[in-house]
Design a protein around this ligand. Structure first.
Ligand SMILES: NC(=O)C1=CN([C@@H]2O[C@H](COP(=O)(O)OP(=O)(O)OC[C@H]3O[C@@H](n4cnc5c(N)ncnc54)[C@H](OP(=O)(O)O)[C@@H]3O)[C@@H](O)[C@H]2O)C=CC1
Ligand SMILES: O=C(O)C1=N[C@H](C(=O)O)C[C@H](O)C1
Length: 247
């Protein structure tokens, strides 16, 4: 049995993780905590799953790493300074492993993988992400990562700049520029988590769309992370791709 703690246990994702950990035959819930609760409650856990808030996750990781507990992190909002600090912390605790994935949906990971493969073949690429209106961050972590991998694939292929003759716009009309890829973030009541990557070239477009219709969709990926995190070769793993042999 893998002993698991959950940070953000009463949240939309955390509550689903608690259910999944309780239902799986090889995992056992030590404790689930929320903002204001004592982290000590999860001492004894081998792995803690964090679905909290971009402003809270680094404090949680500082505590987990210092206490020798592996972390599976779904919370978004990681930038280079946060990752650099985390690498420094981990260097002092070589036994600890951290897996951070902006999206634990297997189909979402495939959507990003296919987007990277398609990117060199098109002149244009833009991302539309659509989420529930209670989401804290925009653009989504998934859109951020997708833009990064499209941009990397285009750079590696020597692609030229995307065509765009805009010289006048109302601020925001072209979305956010993430690594040179325009990202448009929609917040719509009734939705959960969706993303469309739109590619275009002469006379042809390709749209790759992913839809999470329920938060259960993330649980196979989260449980895979819980089962595998302790054995990962690198102290810090970004994205679920290596666990799915997708690199
Ligand atoms: N990687 C993935 O596959 C996915 C990632 N996410 C990401 O997960 C994060 C959470 O999303 P969601 O569940 O919708 O958000 P919610 O707001 O529903 O839940 C967050 C929970 O975390 C709690 N919390 C806040 N700070 C702390 C803390 N320091 N320690 C412990 N608990 C804390 C909150 O408590 P309180 O309400 O009391 O403040 C709340 O219960 C977001 O960053 C989101 O983007 C979401 C879906 C999938
Ligand atoms: O907040 C959410 O809901 C989600 N957050 C993640 C993100 O920011 O990409 C993953 C998924 O899109 C749902």
């Amino acid at each position: 049995m893998i002993k698991v703690g959950v940070f953000g246990a009463d949240g939309r994702m955390g509550a689903e993780v608690v259910k999944a950990v309780n239902a799986a035959e090889d995992t056992e819930l030590v404790a689930g905590i929320d903002a204001g609760d004592e982290r000590e409650a999860v001492r004894g856990a081998e792995v803690v799953v964090d679905f909290t808030h971009p402003d809270a996750v680094m404090d949680n990781l500082r505590w987990l790493v210092a206490n020798g507990i592996h972390a599976v992190v779904g919370t978004t909002g990681f930038d280079e300074p946060k990752l650099a600090e985390l690498r420094e912390l981990l260097a002092k605790h070589p036994e600890v492993r951290v897996l951070i994935a902006p999206n634990f949906g297997i189909a979402a990971v495939l959507m990003m993988h296919f987007a990277a493969k398609a990117a060199p073949y098109f002149d244009s690429a833009e991302i539309v992400e659509l989420h529930h209106p209670n989401k804290a961050d925009a653009p989504s972590g998934t859109a951020h990562r997708t833009a990064g991998i499209i941009s990397q694939a285009r750079r590696q292929a020597g692609s030229t700049a995307m065509p765009d003759a805009t010289t006048s716009e109302i601020e925001g009309a072209r979305g956010a520029d993430v690594d040179g890829v325009h990202v448009h973030a929609l917040r719509i009541a009734g939705l959960i988590a969706h993303q469309e990557v739109i590619f275009g070239t002469h006379g042809e477009t390709l749209k790759i769309r992913h839809d999470s219709m329920s938060r259960e969709s993330f649980m196979p990926g989260v449980l895979l992370g819980v089962r595998r995190v302790a054995g990962l070769p690198d102290q810090l793993t970004l994205g679920l791709e290596p666990l799915l042999d997708l690199e």
